[in-house]
Design a protein around this ligand. Structure first.
Ligand code: BJW
Ligand code: ZN
Length: 314
């Protein structure tokens, strides 16, 4: 993934603004974790075993085929646990420590910001996390933190004996990707079995319903406490100096709407994206910045005046 060089004039002007900013938002999307090896939702990365990832992220998909949807999320949990935070996750966590008026609004559910030790009260998980499970019934309030991989034995990734994280499997997936085929590195031509409901994760409280991933699917409300934290930050009298929009196609609401809400509170907008077509929904304004490139490279460079050099973690 070649990163174009960053325009020096734009970088200087961004650094000057950042250095005097006191209240800053960042809106994070899947592109932040792309260089950690996790696929995005839309575009080339958005297929899992020939299923469109977006079509699996709905309550209707779970109701229709909980086995298929659990296979998808079990795989995503596995991949996220194998992945490492990249320099952009660490840079944002460091900015949070250096700047108390900085809030990250993350659409990501992969847990990488948390593993980069991002201060929790400066990280709003708009779409939940893969590592929280909750009862699928709205009438039951059971939830738990859960990092078990596979989440239940029956969901072990069917690999036909090939380790999906092995170089061999990665090579196969890359070759398939080159040919425009399925991108899933666990897809070593072994069909996924349909698992009986009794072998999927069960709610231990009501003993009547399945557990489901603690993520926010289309048509569901975002967590009320998270929405309140975001609204309180945006509505504060002090205004907002800057919003940095990192690795998101900005097509999903209410997350995408926060860009314009911040703008209305005085924020200048800075976009970091591989694809220059992924503009804010309401378009560009005078004074916006666009830095094209890999977030893992660009973000540490952008934040350098406040955070200094990010040291590689081993
Ligand atoms: C790189 C890179 C690199 C790649 N470096 N960059 C107002 C108007 C219209 C519709 C609505 C509205 N308000 C609500 C809605 C309905 C709906 C919605 O938004 N629909 C739109 C699609 C039109 N929203 C909802 O239903 C939300 N709920 C809600 O609002 O409740 C109240 C309500 C309900 C119903 C009606 C009205 C109100 C819930 C949204 C939940 C989204 N959930 C998902 C799945 C989470 C679980 C999971 O992970 O499986 O969240 S969908 C998916 O999209 C996921 C993501 O967080 C989200 C955003 O995707 P993201 O991160 O932007 O990824 P991509 O792939 O789209 O983009 C990646 C970007 O990275 C690209 O730009 C690349 O170029 C870039 N990139 N490599 C830098 N190395
Ligand atoms: Zn329950």
């Amino acid at each position: 993934m070649a990163t174009p060089s960053i325009d020096k004039h734009a970088l200087d002007s961004f650094h000057a603004h950042l250095s005097q900013s006191k209240r800053v938002l960042a809106l994070l999307g899947a592109g932040l974790s792309a260089s950690s090896g996790l696929p995005t939702f839309r575009g080339a990365g958005g297929l899992w075993r020939s299923h469109d990832s977006i079509s699996l992220a709905t309550p209707e998909a779970f109701a229709a085929d909980p086995s298929l949807v659990w296979h998808f999320y079990n795989y995503r949990r596995h991949m996220a646990l194998q992945a490492q935070p990249n320099p952009a996750h660490y840079a944002l966590a460091e900015l949070a420590r250096k700047l108390p008026g900085f809030q990250c609004l993350s659409q990501n559910v992969d847990g990488l910001s948390q593993r980069a030790e991002h201060p929790p009260d400066q990280l709003q998980l708009l779409h939940g996390t893969l590592f929280e499970l909750k009862c699928a019934s709205r009438r039951c309030d059971y939830h738990e933190t859960n990092f078990t991989d596979p989440v239940v034995p029956a969901l072990a990734i069917p690999t036909g004996g090939v380790d999906p994280t092995s170089n061999e499997a990665r090579r196969e997936a890359a070759a398939a990707q080159d040919k425009g085929q399925d991108l899933d590195i666990s897809d070593v031509k072994v069909p996924i079995p349909s698992i009986s409901t009794k072998d999927l994760p069960q709610c231990p409280k009501c003993n009547a319903h399945l557990l489901r991933p603690g993520v926010v699917w289309f048509g569901e409300s975002l967590p009320a406490s998270v929405l309140k934290n975001v609204d309180d930050f945006i509505d504060a009298d002090a205004g907002i100096d800057l919003i940095i929009v990192i690795g998101t196609s900005a097509k999903v609401y209410p997350a995408a709407g926060y860009i314009d809400e911040a703008r209305e509170k005085g924020a200048r907008v800075c976009v970091v994206n591989m694809d220059t077509n992924d503009a804010p929904a309401s378009g560009w304004a005078e004074g916006d910045w666009l830095f094209q490139g890999d977030a893992a490279t660009v973000v540490p460079e952008l934040l350098k005046p406040v955070i200094g050099e990010i040291k590689a973690k081993v």
